[in-house]
Ligand binder design. Structure first.
Ligand SMILES: Cc1cc2nc3c(=O)[nH]c(=O)nc-3n(C[C@H](O)[C@H](O)[C@H](O)COP(=O)(O)OP(=O)(O)OC[C@H]3O[C@@H](n4cnc5c(N)ncnc54)[C@H](O)[C@@H]3O)c2cc1C
Length: 59
């Protein structure tokens, strides 16, 4: 099935935009996400961060 057929049959996929996407919700991914948000808060900036985890639980 081609991309065109998939789009015709199911329509466009829902999508969401983030400034940063971190793949993996282990200690490294979670600490990176937390640190990014801390730095953004310190600098009075808004940063949207998404953590993608393939498992059923993060951490
Ligand atoms: C059996 C065992 C016991 C351990 N016991 C201890 C302990 O007692 N104390 C201690 O300090 N350390 C312990 N460790 C070590 C500790 O688990 C690791 O050092 C730590 O988890 C590494 O963190 P990480 O975030 O780098 O990787 P991980 O914890 O492996 O996190 C990576 C995450 O990314 C996810 N992921 C991978 N690919 C994708 C993908 N394509 N899409 C979405 N998500 C994805 C995974 O599901 C996982 O959740 C142990 C390790 C093992 C294997």
């Amino acid at each position: 099935m081609t991309i065109q057929n998939v789009l015709a049959q199911y329509g466009p996929r829902e999508s969401m935009e983030y400034d940063v996407v971190i793949v993996g919700g282990g200690p490294a991914g979670l600490s990176a996400a937390i640190r990014l948000k801390q730095l953004a808060t310190q600098q009075h900036r808004e940063v949207s961060v998404c953590v993608l985890e393939k498992g059923s639980e993060v951490g």
